[in-house]
Design a protein around this ligand. Structure first.
Ligand code: PLP
Length: 451
C-alpha cells in the first residue's frame, strides 16, 4: 500500500527559491509611477522596501539563495508534508490520485510565513526598526507579527475594521506576537482620516488598509512596508512549496498532471505551481489552475490592464487582471481572496494561456470543504477550500473519462480560526452572491488611462 504522507528531512528543504521570470515567455510590463505613468526604477521603491527585496523584484536569475537565517526558521515547520488524499479518493470513487501539500503546519496556520520570514530578515539586515502592513482577516498580519518578533522588529498592522471587530482571535495572535494592531481606517494616517471624515463608520477594505500602511512607511524613515502577496519577491519566496513538492513526488515516483491553488493575490497558487511550470516550459504536459471566488472574479471577469494596488492610489500602477481598485467585493467568508487585483506574474501567464483560471460560488466550496474534513480530517481554510473544490471536480472528470489522472492541490491553510464561517454554513446562513457585474463595470470605468 502506498504511504499516506510523504515526508522530507530538514536537510532536504530547498536551498534556493525559483524565479519564474528567468523562464516565462513574456515578462509582465513594468510598474508605472502613479502620477506621471512612466516606468519606475528601483530607487522609487527604496522609500518603503529594502534593496535586497527590490533586487529580487526585478531579478533575471533563475535560482536565488535562501539565507541560512531564513532556513533556520523554516525548519520550525518545513518541510511541510505532502498527503495522498486516499480517503477523499475513495469517497469520490475516482481513479484519480489526489495529493495535497499542507501549509497549515506553519505557526500562523498558512503558507504566509514562507515570505514573512525572509521579508523580516532582509528588513532587519537593512537596519529597519519597524514594518507597517495591512491585513484583512489577519492571516498576513499574524504571519508578519511572528516573523518580526523573531528578528526583533516592531510590527504595525492596519487591520480592516470589520475583521478587527468581528474576528478577534487573529488580532489576539498578532498582539501575542507583540504587534501593534489598529482598526483601519484609522486616525494614524492622512488616508485614514480622510476616509473617516466622509464616513465615520467605514468598515474598511484591504485597499484602504494598504493605503494606510504604505503612507505610514513612506513618512517614517526607520519604517518599511511589507506586502503578503501579489509582488514578484513574495511569489519567489513561496516557490519553496512547489520545490519541496517536486522532491516529494520524486520520492514516490509520481508526477502531477494538474496543479491547483486558490487565488487571492496569487502567492500560494504561484508557490505550488511555478516550480512545475519550469518543467512545462521545457515541454512537459501539465495544467495549472488558479481558483477564485465567483464574487471577486479577478482573473475570470476582470480586465488585464494597469491599476493601483490600493484604494487611495498611492502605490505604483501594476499591469494585472483587476476589478478596479475601488471594487468592494461582497462579504464572503474567504477573506483572503477578496482582493481587486492579482499578481502581475500570474496575470501575465493567464493572459498568455499558460495557466487556467476558474471561479466558484461559496456554497459549493463549503460543500467541498465539508467532504474534505469528513474524509481527510483537517478542517480547511475557506480560501483553500476553493482549491479543494477544483481538485474534486477534476477527479470527477477523470472518473467520467476513466482516466488515472494525478492531481496536486495546495492546502494553503487550516480553518480553525475561521469556525464562524462553518457555523454560518451549518446554520444555513451562507448565500451565493450574484456575480456583481454592474459594480465591476462601474469600478473599472474609473481606472487610469495609460497613454
Ligand atoms: C491569504 C491566504 C490566501 C490568499 O492569498 P494568495 O496570495 O492568493 O495565496 C489563501 N489561503 C490562505 C489560507 C490565506 O491565508
Amino acid at each position: 500500500m502506498s504511504d499516506t504522507k510523504v515526508i522530507l528531512s530538514e536537510r532536504e528543504i530547498p536551498r534556493q527559491w525559483y524565479n519564474i521570470m528567468a523562464d516565462m515567455p513574456r515578462l509582465p510590463a513594468p510598474p508605472l509611477n502613479p502620477k506621471d505613468h512612466t516606468p519606475i526604477g528601483p530607487d522609487a521603491l527604496s522609500a518603503i522596501f529594502p534593496m535586497a527585496l527590490i533586487e529580487q523584484e526585478v531579478s533575471p536569475h533563475r535560482w536565488i539563495d535562501i539565507p541560512d537565517e531564513v532556513l533556520e526558521i523554516y525548519t520550525l515547520w518545513r518541510p511541510s508534508p505532502l498527503y495522498r488524499a486516499k480517503r477523499l479518493e475513495k469517497a469520490l470513487n475516482t481513479p484519480a490520485r489526489i495529493y495535497y501539500k499542507y501549509e497549515g503546519v506553519s505557526p500562523a496556520g498558512s503558507h504566509k510565513p514562507n515570505t514573512a520570514v525572509p521579508q523580516a530578515y532582509y528588513n532587519k539586515k537593512a537596519g529597519i526598526k519597524r514594518i507597517a502592513t495591512e491585513t484583512g482577516a489577519g492571516q498576513w498580519g499574524s504571519s508578519l507579527a511572528m516573523a518580526g518578533r523573531m528578528f526583533g522588529l516592531d510590527i504595525t498592522v492596519y487591520m480592516v475594521r470589520v475583521s478587527y471587530d468581528q474576528k478577534p482571535y487573529r488580532r489576539i495572535a498578532m498582539e501575542t506576537w507583540g504587534a501593534k494592531v489598529f482598526p483601519s481606517p484609522s486616525n494614524n494616517t492622512n488616508s485614514g482620516r480622510k476616509i473617516l471624515e466622509t464616513d465615520p463608520n467605514c468598515q474598511g477594505s484591504l485597499g484602504i488598509a494598504i493605503s494606510e500602511a504604505v503612507e505610514d512607511a513612506a513618512t517614517h524613515s526607520d519604517t518599511n512596508y511589507s506586502l503578503g502577496s501579489v509582488l514578484n519577491h513574495v511569489i519567489l519566496h513561496q516557490t519553496v512549496i512547489g520545490l519541496e513538492a517536486k522532491k516529494q513526488f520524486e520520492m514516490i515516483n509520481d508526477y502531477p498532471d494538474i496543479v491547483i491553488g486558490c487565488c487571492g493575490g496569487g502567492s500560494n497558487f504561484a508557490g505550488v505551481s511555478f516550480p512545475f511550470l519550469y518543467d512545462k516550459f521545457s515541454g512537459r504536459q501539465l495544467r495549472a489552475i488558479a481558483v477564485e471566488p465567483a464574487s471577486c472574479p479577478t482573473l475570470t471577469k476582470g480586465e488585464f490592464r494597469y491599476d493601483f494596488g490600493d484604494t487611495v492610489g498611492l502605490t505604483p500602477l501594476l499591469m494585472m487582471y483587476t476589478l478596479g481598485h475601488d471594487f468592494m467585493p461582497p462579504g464572503i467568508h474567504a477573506g483572503g481572496l477578496r482582493y481587486h487585483g492579482d499578481s502581475p506574474l500570474v496575470s501575465q501567464l493567464v493572459n498568455d494561456g499558460i495557466i487556467e483560471a476558474r471561479a466558484y460560488p461559496q456554497l459549493p466550496v463549503f460543500e467541498a470543504a465539508i467532504l474534505f474534513s469528513n474524509t481527510e480530517g483537517i478542517i480547511p481554510a475557506p480560501e483553500s477550500s476553493h482549491a479543494i473544490k477544483a481538485a474534486i471536480d477534476e477527479a470527477l472528470v477523470a472518473k467520467q473519462e476513466g482516466k488515472e489522472k494525478c492531481i496536486l492541490f495546495n492546502l494553503s491553510g487550516h480553518g480553525y480560526l475561521d469556525l464562524t464561517a462553518y457555523a454560518d454554513y451549518i446554520a444555513g446562513n451562507l448565500v451565493d452572491h450574484e456575480y456583481p457585474e454592474s459594480l465591476i463595470k462601474e469600478s473599472l470605468s474609473k481606472l487610469p488611462v495609460i497613454k
